[in-house]
Design a binder for this molecule. Structure first.
Ligand code: NAD
Ligand code: TYD
Length: 356
């Protein structure tokens, strides 16, 4: 029987990849995309499916309880996948309140509406599931001198940035709904994603865009911070598998087995971009070491053993392949890039954060 997924933040980077992934891989799904369309949300990402009868969009803020409630009544979703968030660490350092509002209060609002819609007379919730898309950043930071240590699902939460603090708070509310009300939840905590449709404020698309335009490549600090890069399509598959196969109440870490220092990533992008457009001006001379990020986490690394053992998921895309696919995508979507970096988008950003 067809299932209805209420996907929040479906116009953002991972959300739009997930919407496209689900419609491509399942005939019998209905997707309701609920997105406020902040600077990070872009409906162009979903132009290919906007007329698909299995897809619907609502421009709604997940903090707006009456509006979210009405969506539950209208669409009667079986599942919620909550991607909607403020997602950039640097912005969170400047504007922590916006992160608390959307990431914490938005999550509580979604939980509340889902609970009210799904609760049955006997206090159970039928065949429903609420999946919170979280991050490995809630665990804090690992040492680069101990490469054999990894984040596991039972690693204590120790967030450092306002972004990760807001995501950890949201996770605690999701856990509390499971513990208090027996509400059917899963939390996934993934590592750094990369791939098509990522807004060029994050490391990989920013470096690709700057390299192609011969602009400086700003590397924070010594560039030896390590991230565990996960190709976005692999992440989408993991979420699909956790939704239908994940044990209720469980947390699943989703990692790419792909730990690399930032300098390695930047050098790879320079080499691949230079090759792809046959441009000898794209060189390492563009790299500029800039002031380090405040409270910069040194290393993230996930051992995705649990999701592999329980659900058979593993990251299929090697970084060497994923980065070429990503650069090719950006080269084929120059218009997308110039649109999302245009004045209109940046004005929205200013309006949103003004006075904070
Ligand atoms: P993104 O910033 O690209 O997209 C966020 C989306 O949420 C946008 O479409 C935006 O318009 C929407 N949104 C923001 N505030 C909203 C609100 N109040 N109501 C409704 N919609 C709102 O983010 P992303 O990189 O796609 O991340 C998606 C999720 O995955 C987030 O929860 C993030 O914390 C998590 N995550 C991301 C990464 C990563 O590497 N990108 C890694 C770990 C976890
Ligand atoms: P980012 O993509 O912002 O993801 P996160 O902070 O959530 O891990 O940054 C990835 C890494 O790249 C992080 O160590 C910070 C670094 N970085 C730079 O060195 N320069 C940049 O311009 C950006 C955006 C990030």
């Amino acid at each position: 029987m067809s299932k209805t997924y209420l996907v929040t933040g479906g116009a953002g980077f991972i959300g739009s990849n997930f919407v496209l992934y689900m419609l491509e891989n399942h005939d019998d799904v209905r997707i309701v995309n609920v997105d406020k369309l902040t600077y990070a949300g872009n409906l162009e990402n979903l132009a290919d499916v906007e007329d698909d009868p299995r897809y619907a969009f609502s421009q709604t803020d997940i903090c707006d309880k009456p509006a979210v409630k009405a969506l539950f009544e209208k669409y009667q979703p079986d599942y919620v996948v909550n991607f909607a968030a403020e997602s950039h660490v640097d912005r969170s350092i400047k504007y922590p309140e916006v992160f608390a509002e959307t990431n914490v209060m938005g999550t509580v609002t979604m939980l509340n509406c889902a609970k009210e819609a799904w609760e049955q007379a006997d206090g159970t919730y039928g065949d429903h599931k609420y999946l919170q898309v979280s991050t490995d950043e809630v665990y804090g930071s690992l040492s680069i001198d101990e490469p054999d240590t990894f984040f596991r699902e039972d690693t204590p939460l120790n967030p450092h940035s306002p972004y990760s603090a807001s995501k950890a708070s949201a996770d605690m509310f999701v856990k509390a709904y499971g513990d208090t009300y027996g509400f059917p939840v899963n939390i996934t905590r993934c590592s750094n994603n990369y791939g098509p449709y990522q807004f060029p404020e994050k490391l990989i698309p920013l470096m690709i865009n700057n390299a192609l335009h011969h602009e400086k490549l700003p590397v924070y600090g010594d560039g030896m911070n390590v991230r565990d890069w996960l190709y976005v399509a692999d992440h989408c598959k993991a979420i699909d598998m956790v939704l239908t196969g994940g044990k209720t109440g469980e947390v699943y870490n989703v990692g790419g087995h792909n730990e690399k220092p930032n300098m390695f990533i930047v050098r790879s992008i320079i080499a691949e971009c230079s090759k792809a457009v046959d441009d000898p001006a794209i060189t390492e001379a563009l790299i500029e070491h800039v002031t380090d990020r405040k409270g910069h986490d040194r290393r993230y690394g996930i051992a995705p053993d649990k999701i592999k053992a329980d659900l058979g998921w593993y990251p299929e895309t090697a970084f060497e392949d994923g980065i070429v696919l990503t650069i090719d995508w950006y080269l084929a979507h120059e218009e997308w890039m110039s649109h999302v970096t245009s004045g209109a988008y940046m004005d929205y950003y200013k309006r949103m954060y003004e006075g904070r």
